[in-house]
Ligand binder design. Structure first.
Ligand SMILES: *[C@@H]1O[C@H](CO)[C@@H](O)[C@H](O)[C@H]1NC(C)=O
Ligand SMILES: *[C@@H]1O[C@H](CO)[C@@H](O)[C@H](O)[C@H]1NC(C)=O
Ligand SMILES: *[C@@H]1O[C@H](CO)[C@@H](O)[C@H](O)[C@H]1NC(C)=O
Ligand SMILES: *[C@@H]1O[C@H](CO)[C@@H](O)[C@H](O)[C@H]1NC(C)=O
Ligand SMILES: CC(=O)N[C@H]1CO[C@H](CO)[C@@H](O)[C@@H]1O
Ligand SMILES: [Zn+2]
Length: 551
């Protein structure tokens, strides 16, 4: 008995000793890492985009939360660590604001669950709420349209009316509180881009303030509202309304405390102004940059132009590698990058590219930013000097091919049909649709087929080559059936991602006019095929006999 209990004590002592040694080891390594981490951050030798934020534009084509949930790990794997969530009417507004909800808005509980999941994965959530321009979803309502700055236009709100301020405050309270109950809210984006109507109404214009004064006063007011609700939150704002402010007036404006601006430029050939960057550098704690992985190639675009989207990102990174604001800094680390993915150009515009069909563009550009953040690009100046094709081949081709599980040879002309990603089926059907669309335009407008012109001759002049008419009718019928076929496939595949309203709107916007064109044409040719006795076509050429006689 005695011996046994001694052994037990020795065992216990050993166990304790090992535990202590392990704890000390863990503590010391943690300390070491922590110190190294801080030192590295203090002594950065190259720029880093700390936040890599993907814009989820929910207006018009809100994807199912299940799909977005599946997408998050993929985004994370490619280096994203933030989501800019532009709810618009998809936020479950309550109380007095209940009419701001779309009827298919997200369920509060499901939304909370989605956001919690994203935060657990390490995503910073940045809600976006429009507070000046692009408030169509609010100002289109009977209840609120009297708050428009100009009664004709539903986009801009009057910042001076007390009722406008109360409305914006209530929207912000609901948005901020909803998010901070889930996790501390570091940032909120208050929109304020494209305020097209400003200083127009009586209340605004009677004070003789400049547009700039009114704009700046409004954003300071909004920042104050946010601060009152949650002092820890930094306000982000699109930069475009600052661009036209002259340097001289800009210098007279006070510093923007706890506001950071997001300089957006979506062109393949970026037209970023150094003067504006310098202006922002002097007045804001820091600057964000914004690119576009979709929604910047035309308001009816179906699939993003991969080359242009890539060039847009590349040109931004070229610009900010070693950016020194004309020598005012050594080099500057911009806070972060927002990869915007627009769903509509505005609330009242048609839908542009769908998210699942834009995944190749999103992943490619995330990979590019990851390479930039890893420091591969700024050290050797490759990013500034290499041709973009060589650059893609050297730095991204392998990773991008791995991401899409297919071999990508050439960034400029790639067939993505063998690739595999969540959305590839939709991508392929949309490509099929685009081919048909191209054919229809060719049949109607080309010199070879010229259906538009032939219809004119047939209708107006009774001139018709019957063999040709039969052939054209078959051509239209065949194309129409191809269109029905791709529509059926799209209906099925889109239901994995979208609700019925979105599907119906999208498919009608893409197809209805083509169907009408083809069906109308078929009817004309079919009617003509029934004609047996033709009147002479000269009947329609009205000679003016008086003119003839006078000669
Ligand atoms: C605004 O400007 C107009 C014309 O410049 C002037 O007549 C008016 O007195 C000004 N109003 C105020 C409130 O300053
Ligand atoms: C881009 O801009 C540069 C310089 O302004 C110009 O030389 C070039 O042709 C432009 N490229 C395209 C594709 O517009
Ligand atoms: C159109 O094509 C479909 C299927 O190819 C066929 O069943 C139908 O009879 C055709 N209609 C006409 C008017 O040719
Ligand atoms: C959506 O449309 C499909 C097909 O028309 C229908 O079966 C389904 O019930 C609809 N779902 C909802 C939620 O309306
Ligand atoms: C190790 C290292 O790079 N140290 C630098 C950290 O930053 C200071 C101030 O910029 C430099 O003086 C050190 O040389
Ligand atoms: Zn006003």
């Amino acid at each position: 008995m005695h011996l046994l209990s001694k052994i037990r004590i020795v065992k216990l002592k050993c166990f304790l000793l090992i535990t202590i040694i392990l704890s000390v080891y863990v503590f010391v390594s943690y300390l070491f890492l922590e110190i190294r981490y801080t030192r590295e951050n203090k002594n950065l030798t190259r720029p880093i985009l700390r936040y890599v934020v993907v814009h989820l534009d929910l207006k018009g084509s809100p994807p199912s939360l299940n799909y977005l949930e599946d997408l998050l790990p993929v985004l994370k794997k490619h280096g994203a660590n933030g989501l800019l969530v532009e709810y618009e009417d998809m936020f479950p507004y309550e109380g007095r604001l209940v009419n701001l909800r779309a009827k298919n808005c997200y369920d509060k509980i499901e939304l909370q669950r989605f956001l919690r999941g994203a935060i657990e994965l390490g995503f910073e959530i940045i809600p976006l709420i429009q507070t000046f321009g692009h408030m169509e979803f609010v100002l289109k309502q009977k209840e609120f349209y009297h708050l428009r700055e100009d009664p004709t236009y539903p986009d801009s709100i009057c910042p001076t009316k007390i009722e406008s301020q109360m409305l914006i405050k209530e929207m912000l309270i609901q948005m901020v509180n909803f998010h901070k109950n889930i996790s501390p809210l570091k940032f909120i984006h208050i929109g304020c881009d494209e305020v097209f109507h400003i200083n127009k109404c009586y209340e605004c214009s009677r004070e003789n303030f400049s547009n700039t004064d009114i704009f700046i006063k409004h954003i300071r007011k909004i920042k104050q509202i946010v601060e009152d609700i949650n002092p820890e939150t930094t306000v982000l704002i699109w930069d475009d309304m600052f661009r036209s402010i002259k340097l001289k007036s800009w210098n007279e404006i006070g510093y923007f405390n706890k506001i950071q601006t997001v300089y957006w430029d979506y062109g393949a050939n970026s037209s970023v102004s150094h003067v504006n960057l310098l202006k922002y550098h002097r007045k804001f704690d820091n600057i964000w940059i914004a690119t576009a992985f979709k929604g910047a190639d035309g308001r009816l675009s179906t699939i993003p132009n991969l080359k242009n989207r890539f060039l847009n990102h590349l040109s931004w990174l070229k610009l900010i590698a070693n950016y020194k604001f004309g020598g005012e800094t050594n080099f500057h680390s911009f806070v972060g990058i927002i990869l915007t993915g627009w769903s509509r150009y505005s609330h009242f515009d048609p839908l542009c590219e769908l998210l699942p069909a834009s995944i190749p563009s999103l992943l490619l550009n995330l990979l590019l930013i990851r390479k930039f953040n890893e420091g591969h690009l700024s050290y050797n100046n490759a990013i500034k000097e290499m041709d973009f094709r060589d650059f893609f081949n050297k730095y991204l081709q392998t990773d991008f091919s791995d991401s899409l599980h297919c071999v990508i040879h050439d960034i400029e002309k790639t067939n993505y049909s063998p690739c595999i990603f969540d959305g590839c089926e939709l991508y392929n059907y949309l490509s099929e649709f685009l081919k048909i669309h191209e054919n229809v335009i060719y049949y109607f407008e080309s010199e070879k087929h010229g259906l538009s012109s032939l219809q004119y001759y047939a209708n107006q002049k009774n001139l018709i080559n019957m063999n040709n008419a039969v052939m054209n009718m078959k051509l239209c019928n065949g194309t129409l059936h191809e269109l029905f076929d791709v529509e059926r496939k799209l209906l099925v595949v889109m239901s994995q991602y979208y609700g019925n309203d979105t599907i119906e709107e999208y498919i009608n916007a893409k197809m209805l006019h083509l169907k009408r064109k083809l069906e109308g044409s078929m009817k004309i040719f079919k009617d003509l095929m029934g004609i047996r006795a033709f009147e002479t076509s000269l009947k329609h050429l009205k000679w003016d006999s008086t003119v003839l006689e006078s000669h």
